[in-house]
Write a protein that binds this ligand. Sequence first.
Ligand SMILES: [Cu+2]
Length: 465
Amino acid sequence: MASLGARWAGPARSRLSRSALGIQDSHAFRSSRLWARPVTSSAKPSGDPNKSRLVPILAASACVAAGAFYLSGQANTRMDLAQDTADVAGKTLRITLSPSSLASTSTSTSTVESRVAFHDALEDNPPDVTALPIEHAVLTAAPHVPPPITRTHEALVKVDLTTAPKVVQVTNQHKYEAWTFNGTVPGPFIRARAGDVVELRLTNRDETGNPHNIDSHAFTGPGGGSALTNADEGEAKTARFRLLCPGLYVYHCAAAPVPVHIAKGMFGLMYVQPADDGDGTDGTMGGLPPVDREYYVMQSEVYHEPPEVDEETGRPSQTVEFSYPQGLREEANAVVFNGREAALTRDAPLKARAGETVRIFFGNAGPNLTSSFHVIGSHFRRVYRDGDVLSPPGRFVGTVGVPPGGATVVDLKAVVPGTYTLVDHAIFRIDKGAVGFLNVAGAARPDVYGSAEPPAPCVGCKLHT
Ligand SMILES: [Cu+2]
């Protein structure tokens, strides 16, 4: 089979890449030459007529089935559409209220199997990478999500990640030096499409001298990319990865010691859209039913030493240091959403309007604790468990378990206005920071939720405002 390396080793692209990247010689480029080998007679060229026939057949059957799947949902909900604009976390978005956003859908086993077969066939149909159109991935910091990809062809998607330490107000009491991708915890949300080739460039600007790399659960191959992207201080590494599997995946640094690099903040989410969902004109959003808003939330733990006490003043330091023993004992000092205690409360609560549908791409970086993710007062109308976006979703789910290194997609509907609280329902963790808000504006719904008495939140309540 023609490898990415073999195609990449073409002289024009090789020279261009090295000069354009302007980086030190790296193992990745040496490896790319090692990969280069002629395509033998046993290789499977992309023009293989058998495969060429197979893909359209699978694609056609999958598209027909997928089309029926989504159209059945749209047909079930016939309400007037309205265009609206709203401010979401400081950013004005133009949104379309869709009729099918929470439509009833059904997915037969055969439909799922045909969609799986479509994606299984990707492996045997490598693209001519030199001929792929080049795109630069839209990267967003949490809680924002890049827009759905609407193209219907494969692309070479360039993703630039830079590692650097950053001091963050990790809890309301303490600052902490996080290790970051692109200056944020979690790292940027990466959106691509099954069949794409991701060209990942990892630049290490960590002046502490730590090496860093990427293990993406979306990549297929030993180590998930870590050995190909391992970059020492001042280095940059570039490698290519064909996305064979659709779904929502965690990525993280896997440099030794791995638990430290994850606990320090080096993680994020990558969503690989299914490739059999057309161009989105049928109302889908990256292979999923349409919603009004999409958000990015990741849970993680912080392990730190007690603050040092200043000998002169007797006051404890406001800055705390990472604690390996604390992590080994799995005794988290803090459990947070989007990297710090106030990320989704004081700093940037999620927002929606009553009547809208909200999708949360939720990941759990761990490193130790399984999340029992729950939004108080709401229901997950759809749950794509374990980030599996081909199987039928769970319906009207209250709490979903998400293990370390796992992810899920949840859709909810903002019915009654007010503040909804995101929690890990291992509920002591609310006292460790695992609280976020979804603020819903709009008219009251006494037909759904009401009393003759005004609401009276309990004193000292962290969950309701
Ligand atoms: Cu690292």
